[in-house]
Structure formats: C-alpha cells, structure tokens
Write a protein that binds this ligand. Structure first.
Ligand SMILES: NC(=O)c1ccc[n+]([C@@H]2O[C@H](COP(=O)([O-])OP(=O)(O)OC[C@H]3O[C@@H](n4cnc5c(N)ncnc54)[C@H](OP(=O)(O)O)[C@@H]3O)[C@@H](O)[C@H]2O)c1
Length: 254
C-alpha cells in the first residue's frame, strides 16, 4: 500500500520508523526542507514543497498514493490545509495526527497569548532573562522587545539578522529531560519561558521544570485546525489506521 507521510515532527519519524521493513507498505516521508540536518528514517524521503495543494494532488495521483498521513506540526497550517484539499482532489484517504495540546495543571503559571508578537509584548517593560523555544521562523517578533536578554534554543540557528540584539543561540534538538531543563534554567538564571503550545512529549520537560521552579511561561495558543480530516492523537493511532486500511485493501484483492 503506497503511503505518503507529511512530516517534520517526531510523530512522523516514529511512524516512518515503524514501517521500515514492513512489506505491506511502500511509504515515503515528506519534509519541507526547513531543517539543515534532519534525522532521516530508512524509508524513501522526499524533501521540498509541492507548489501548493494542486501540486500535492498531482504528486498523490502520479504515485498512485493510497493513504495520506498528515503528521505535520500543529503550527504548520498551510501544509495541513493543502493536505485536505489535495486528498479530496486526488480521492486519497487522509488522516491527521493531531497531538493534544498542553493543558495547565495546578502550580503552572501560564499566560496564553494569541501570537508571537503578543508574547513579545507580554514580556513587559522591565528587562528579563528569557528562554525562547519558539523555533526560528518567528523569532524576529522579539526584536520589538529588544531590552530583554534572550536564550534561543532551536534545532538550527536562525539567520543572525532575525535575532534581537541581546540573544544567545543554543542549537539543540530534543527530546529534553526535566533534569536537563532544570539545570539550564538555573544556570542561565532564566526568569520566563516563551513557547508555542506544541503539545507532545519531546519538549514538555521545560513545562515541568518551570512548574518546579515557579517560573512563568508565555504560551502561544494553537492556530485553528483544518477540521476536515479524521484524526488520531499519536503515531500509534496512525499505524493502527494504516493497518486497518491495509486489511480492507487485502480483503478486496482476495
Ligand atoms: N511551524 C512550526 O512551528 C513547526 C515546528 C516544528 C516542525 N515544523 C515542521 O516544519 C515544516 C514547515 O513548517 P511551516 O510552519 O513552515 O509549514 P507551513 O507554513 O504549513 O508550510 C509552508 C509550505 O512548506 C511546504 N511544506 C510544509 N511542510 C511540508 C512537508 N512536510 N513536506 C513537503 N512540503 C512541506 C509546503 O509548500 P508547498 O505549498 O510548495 O507544497 C507548504 O505550503 C512542516 O513540515 C512542519 O511539520 C514546523
């Protein structure tokens, strides 16, 4: 069964790993090409955009794709919208892997903001030491709040011109542990963390560490989902979906 996995997330990579060597599937992992040295699974990988929904639909048809799994990041809106449109156009079943968002528990000091600019403004007028775990695309928003000291942790360093003036970059790939996060927050005397509400486990340790240290967290709210695809919360759910589709396919071929 020919499968396309739209990736760029831990879930997509885990699903791809689970399909390695499984003769029932011919799967391809699709990456945008945003990360310089992505961790690649042992299945075919396609890197780069399709040229919008029509291009993705054309790819699906050309490769006779039988199942499309959208396991992209919850903040990657364009590709998910394209997946819905392309799947409908090419008549390919679509599944969304939608990580549940993080929810506060007692002890959390979270402020939810609607966008990155609002997070920068919410840091306030007094200079603070800020841990930014917001990726690299939108870090430019913090140039508007140039009086703070920033520690930006991201997989790749962003172009220097995007950075606020007082910013150190820590190029690191998760997952992270609570112990490691506690040590980082203490060593760097961090006073506030800014993060997207990405959900998932790979980067959740910072929230537990912030709770233990009583630190405030500015959390950028999720954009609305595309809503049109069936969804599962994790890669195991996606694997079960593929297996169910494969069983139906096999029964039709008997
Ligand atoms: N946004 C985040 O916070 C975030 C965080 C971690 C990982 N990521 C991953 O990084 C990638 C880019 O994120 P983004 O927010 O820039 O996405 P986006 O705004 O939704 O997508 C922008 C364009 O990039 C291409 N694209 C995105 N994901 C792709 C994929 N998996 N395979 C092939 N092309 C893809 C598409 O180009 P065409 O229209 O030309 O097809 C899409 O229209 C995504 O794969 C996402 O899973 C994003």
């Amino acid at each position: 069964m020919r499968v396309l996995i739209l990736g760029g997330t831990a879930e997509a990579s885990r699903l791809a790993d689970a399909l390695v060597g499984d003769g029932r599937y011919a799967a391809t992992l699709s990456l945008a090409g945003a990360t310089r040295n992505p961790l690649l699974p042992a299945i075919p990988v396609r890197i780069g955009g399709y040229g919008g929904a029509a291009g993705l639909a054309a790819w699906l048809r050309h490769h006779a794709t039988e199942a499309l799994v959208d396991a992209t990041h919850p903040f990657a809106q364009a590709i998910s919208r394209n997946a819905v449109l392309a799947a409908a156009e090419a008549r390919v079943p679509l599944l969304r892997v939608a990580r549940p968002e993080w929810r506060p528990v007692p002890g959390d000091r979270w402020t939810v903001v609607p966008a990155m600019q609002a997070a920068a403004a919410a840091l306030g007028p007094v200079r603070r030491r800020v841990l930014l775990t917001v990726g690299t695309r939108e870090v430019g928003a913090f140039r508007e709040a140039a009086h703070h000291h920033y520690l930006l942790r991201s997989v790749d360093p962003p172009p220097p011109e995007l950075l606020p003036p007082d910013c150190r970059v820590l190029a690191l790939r998760g997952p992270f542990t609570v112990e490691g996060e506690l040590a980082l927050l203490r060593e760097q005397a961090i006073q506030v963390i800014v993060s997207k509400n990405s959900g998932g486990t790979a980067t959740a340790a910072k929230l537990e560490a912030a709770r233990q240290l009583g630190l405030p967290v500015l959390l950028v709210a999720r954009p609305p989902g595309t809503g049109d695809a069936g969804s599962v919360p994790d890669w195991q759910g996606a694997l079960a979906w593929l297996e169910a589709r494969h069983r139906v396919r096999a029964s039709r071929l008997v």
